[in-house]
Design a protein around this ligand. Structure first.
Ligand code: PRX
Length: 658
């Protein structure tokens, strides 16, 4: 298929049936899936109870399936007890102890292979070390590591002793790290001297030092993995080397039995306000979701080599690196670095070298690699691939078709998986042996997931193609339990809109005549830059913290590769900068990067004397969005306090600069 056919693909609404070659080896056949769907539809909680009983190993079996007495703070399997790490590791030792669990490749090219037995031992050693440092069940541990096996080891070790981890993406700045440590009240940070990314060493320990300067009083120790061997300063009494503390520990560690509802982790994510929220997940329900979807959606089998390219700093790296694939007993690939180091073939070379069979990445990566041309992937043997996945943002049909044709050799189904940090696991996605795919659609909800599209009054939209709010109408085991330390915000953000009846995802979507879901985008002030969630308010607060900035408004602008980019309108204290403002623009961009991390850096900054506001003082974001996108202005600007501002915002008046 040529790129020119894509328009017609869209018009025809073409669909791709599962290839016979895939179907032949799939663990779930269409009839099995039909049975799952029927069972789930007939008895929602009974279905989940059966799954929980058969998929998880319990120390103490549950007798209560779902406690709704504190709804919408739902509690699943509340009187059961188990251990998550045991369910990911110990359960495989007898049958698959010598099978590879992790195949690791560092950006510089170093490789490591850990069997299930070796991974189990490493997790036990660290778990014992954590206990020796006084970390108990329920204590929070912040993990700030590169994408190396120790990141998974650290998460699993916390799970083993019932400590609650909060992984902070290594690309976040010291300031963001500090906020997350403080909000969680963490006792320990696990970090590394540095990690390799994009040909550079990312100095993680230095960022931790900066974050802790005069702050984070709850932190007692910092455990430092030696990875990049860059120079670091170690503060006596606080900082400890991983190899000195961990290596001498016993390779056996009794798992702590925790209640099903015991928090497994917090993961901070952006919302509509300035402060990131600590999404709190449970132990049993979360693990059940991660494991089942690894099997259902990725069809993971012991023979599979699964590569999910997400960093452990995001939820995808939790559910489909650290937990789901291990619970399913698969082999996973971890890669530390950037896709184009040392050249643009790196991803495909990793697929060839490690014999990757199932590959899961984000549309932003697919678009970036597509731009580099078909010749690069053509140099590698991708014939082992049997299934492809995407996540994080809508995938445009052009990228979907390229992925299908060039990477999947037209034989691999593509699972476009819709879910969120909050949902814990994939919610809407093709089941690859049974659901025909359409480029750009995440297709149908999984068994046991009651997704719907409703109008402002909460009624299901009846006509196909009509847009509305994407909601989940029944609780599901891997759902978030609350926002750490702020249950009011949990209720207000996800439940208030429809009086606690439905979980509100914050996305708009529509369904087509076949009932397929098409995600249209966020309805709140959340941007998706390279698939990562950024709150406009967070970036605005970072800009306003600069001494010369009085006011700022941030909107998203479509971007070829990143999906969306950050576009900021800035009002300065004193006179508006005019003439050559490049140096100041760079200063502000770097400022945001320092405050929040490089992913939040605005691509465009435009200065104005003031921001367009209604007479009641509300910033006219729709207008700012239209201007950033170069779209015609359709909204009524007669209510603007200062209509002349529009030319400044457009950048057509002499002083503005972008
Ligand atoms: O807007 C949706 C988009 O990503 C949001 C969730 O972001 P986050 O919590 O960072 O989790 C991303 C990885 C699970 C959603 O509200 N999104 C996620 N997957 C898709 C998507 N949009 C369209 N299609 C998808 N497959």
């Amino acid at each position: 298929m040529q790129p020119g056919d894509i328009e017609s693909v869209l018009r025809e609404n073409r669909s791709f049936a599962p290839a016979a070659s895939f179907l032949a080896g799939a663990r779930l056949q269409p009839a099995d899936i039909e049975k799952l769907r029927q069972r789930a539809a007939a008895d929602h909680t009974g279905f989940w109870a059966e799954q929980a009983r058969t998929q998880l190993q319990w120390h103490k079996p549950f007798t209560v399936i779902l406690d709704e007495s504190t709804a919408p703070n739902y509690r699943w399997f509340p009187d059961g007890q188990l251990n998550v790490s045991l369910n990911c590791l110990d359960v495989h030792l007898a049958s698959r102890g010598d099978a590879p669990a992790i195949l690791f490749e560092g950006e510089p090219g170093d490789r490591r292979r850990l069997t299930y037995r070796e991974l189990h031992a490493a997790v036990c050693r660290l778990a014992n070390a954590l206990r020796s440092l006084g970390i108990n069940a329920g204590d929070r541990v912040v993990i700030y590591l590169p994408m190396v096996p120790e990141a998974v080891i650290a998460m699993q070790a916390c799970a083993r002793i019932g400590a609650v981890h909060s992984v902070v993406f290594g690309g976040f700045s010291a300031g963001s790290l500090r906020d997350r440590i403080e909000d969680a009240g963490a006792r320990l940070v696990i970090t590394a001297d540095g990690g390799h990314r994009g040909g550079h060493v990312i100095e993680l320990k230095a960022a931790v030092d900066k974050a802790l300067e005069g702050a984070c009083a709850t932190i007692e120790n910092v455990l430092v993995l030696q990875r990049a061997k860059n120079a670091v300063s170690m503060r006596a009494g606080r900082d400890l080397w991983w190899h000195e503390v961990v290596d001498r520990q016993s390779a056996l560690c009794d798992p702590a039995w925790v209640d099903a509802e015991h928090p497994l982790f917090l993961l901070y994510t952006s919302g509509s306000t300035g402060k990131p929220k600590g999404i709190q997940h449970s132990s049993a329900g979360y693990l059940l979701g991660a494991k089942l979807t690894s099997q259902w959606v990725f069809d993971l089998q012991p023979s599979d080599v699964f590569w999910c390219t997400a960093d452990v700093g995001w939820v995808t790296g939790h559910s489909y690196v650290a937990y789901g694939p291990l619970a399913a007993g698969a082999t996973l690939v971890m890669y530390e670095g950037a896709p184009t180091i040392p050249d643009a073939g790196r991803f495909w070379r990793i697929c060839e070298t490690h014999g990757v069979t199932v590959f899961y990445t984000a549309p932003t990566a697919i678009r970036a690699l597509m731009k580099l041309g078909d010749e690069i992937p053509a140099r590698y043997d991708l014939s082992k691939l049997r299934l492809l996945g995407t996540v994080g943002e809508p995938i445009n049909p052009e990228a979907w078709i390229w992925y299908h044709r060039v990477i999947g050799g037209e034989r691999c189904p593509i699972v476009d998986t819709w879910w969120q940090t909050e949902t814990g696991a994939i919610m809407i996605s093709p089941l690859p042996s049974a659901v025909a795919t359409k480029p750009g659609s995440c297709t149908l909800p999984l068994p046991g997931i009651d997704a719907a599209i409703v109008d402002d009054a909460g009624n299901a939209v009846s006509s196909p193609e009509a847009g509305g709010y994407l909601v989940i109408r029944k609780p599901w085991p891997s759902m978030l339990r609350t926002i750490w330390g702020d249950n009011e915000r949990y209720l207000a953000t996800y439940w208030e809109k429809f009086q606690n009846r439905y979980y509100v995802a914050g996305d708009s979507a529509h369904r087509d005549a076949d009932g397929y879901f098409w995600i249209m985008g966020r309805i709140d002030d959340v941007l998706k830059v390279s698939g990562h969630r950024l709150g406009t308010m967070e970036i605005e607060s970072a800009l306003v913290a600069h001494p010369r900035v009085a006011e700022a408004a941030v909107v998203g602008k479509p971007h070829d590769i990143k999906g969306e980019s950050v576009f900021a309108y800035v009002v300065c204290r004193g006179a508006r900068p005019t003439g050559d403002t490049r140096a100041f623009v760079d200063e502000l961009r770097n400022w945001v990067s320092e405050q929040l991390g490089a992913i939040a850096k605005p691509d465009d900054i435009r200065f104005a004397d003031n921001l367009p506001k209604t007479r009641s003082g509300k910033i006219m974001r729709r207008l700012l969005r239209a201007i950033a996108r170069g779209e015609p202005i359709t909204q009524d600007i007669s209510t603007l306090e200062n209509p002349a501002i529009v030319d400044q915002l457009r950048g057509v008046d002499a002083g503005a600069h972008s």
